[in-house]
Write a protein of this length. Structure first.
Lengths: 115, 114
């Protein structure tokens, strides 16, 4: 049972435009969310995170929005650059401050930014 | 230094072999993790070490045996694996366990079991 869902396997956008990557979750107890980026032959790299008490977090070109009532979060990349082409994983944490907190990943979405 | 290193990068082994995967970090992180990732699937947590002690074992078969010799090193000993164990094995570390801290991932070891 996939608790973190990234329903679109891929997204293609033009360089300079906005990329919007979506993620849905089923467990309302998740209290922290993260986005990871993964290039081929490399491990996932942390990109940006958001606590469940916030609805927006911004870091440079990357903004994550959280809609708790809809159990939905999205990653906006503006402007998109060819170097952003990678697999993006949405991840969620249960019990953020607990000793046994765990990271649950979505399946990932492949972003391609066309020059 | 925000690097987690893993060796080897690639490993091919038979079902009767014994091998080990190694992971190292020098960031002073007190939590280290093993994940398994199959193609087109998300990483799946296998083990968590907190302050060099095993704190989470996600019901992983005993043919996988983790070891944390010190705060910088994490090993995964492999014995009598099955072909379906072929996957990318990722190591990660975070500053403190249980805080949802950013986990820094290594590049992974691509394991093939024949």
């Amino acid at each position: 049972d996939q608790q973190v869902k990234q329903n679109s396997p891929s997204l293609s956008v033009q360089e300079g435009r906005i990329s919007i990557l979506n993620c849905d979750y089923t467990n309302s107890m998740f209290d922290y969310f993260l986005w990871y980026k993964k290039y081929p032959a490399e491990g996932p790299t942390f990109l940006i995170s958001i606590s469940s008490i916030k609805d927006k977090n911004e870091d440079g070109r990357f903004t994550v929005f959280l809609n708790k009532s809809a159990k939905h979060l999205s990653l906006h990349i503006v402007p998109s650059q060819p170097g952003d082409s990678a697999v993006y994983f949405c991840a969620a944490i249960l019990d953020y401050t607990g000793a046994n907190s765990k990271l649950t990943f979505g399946k990932g979405i492949t972003l391609s930014v066309r020059p | 230094d925000t690097e987690v290193t893993q060796t080897p990068k690639h490993l091919v082994m038979g079902m009767t072999n014994k091998k080990s995967l190694k992971c190292e970090q020098h960031m002073g992180h007190r939590a280290m993790y093993w994940y398994k990732q199959k193609a087109k699937k998300p990483p799946e947590l296998m083990f968590v070490y907190s302050y060099e002690k095993l704190s989470i074992n996600e019901s992983v078969p005993s043919r996988f045996s983790p070891e944390c010799p010190n705060s910088s090193l994490l090993n995964l000993h492999l014995h009598a694996l099955q072909p379906e164990d072929s996957a990318l094995y990722l190591c990660a570390s975070s500053q403190e366990p249980g805080q949802g801290d950013t986990q820094y991932f290594g590049p992974g070891t691509r394991l093939t079991v024949l």
